[in-house]
Design a protein around this ligand. Sequence first.
Ligand code: AMP
Length: 213
Amino acid sequence: MRLILLGAPGAGKGTVAKMLTAIDGSVQISTGDILRAAVKEGSELGKKAESYMKAGELVPDELIMDIMGERLLEDDCKAGFLLDGFPRTIPQAEALKELLAKLGIELQAAVNLNVPREVILDRLTTRRTCEDCGAIYNVKSNPPKVEGVCDKCGGKVVQRADETEEAISKRLDVFNEQTAPLVGFYEKEGLLLDVNATSSDAVVEAIRKHVGV
Ligand code: AMP
């Protein structure tokens, strides 16, 4: 599959991407995960990105395009890719369009995951993430078997630094201002698939039907 997953923070992009990778070996590419790993490592990229991320703001487009320009050339993308959290601005979407045209790659859809704001807020405040492998948990509906320890890799399960009430509210504002316009962009491109994303299983089914896998 070659898809973009669009949607507010907490809409379920990461969860759906992980479910889709199991279907046909497509790789999940999450710019948020790449940036968090860089921050943890203390790399140059991490140092540049950290303050934006903590504040719930977007990292500058140039940095993101540098990451993605390299990532999409890696071998594992040949099996397909699920873009999770990218693009997030119109300039990123335009740069991606140009990059894919150069590489001769066609997208199958930009899937817009629609979830009511109350559900998003509840999901984000109760979400916990493994620092090492990025596995996603929820303190109410899907806690790890041992509190604070990842079932999959034994890593530390934590609340993300940008999941304080203040940063969440900022991220939702940034989404409405800068990322929501991508729905219109992909509608014009003839690529938009709009789905009700209250249930991740239903989203996966809708995508499978749409792309025929
Ligand atoms: P996420 O895990 O997708 O919610 O991303 C966490 C944070 O990483 C965001 O709030 C941004 O600060 C940064 N980030 C991730 N992807 C992008 C992107 N495509 N453009 C700009 N900033 C991004």
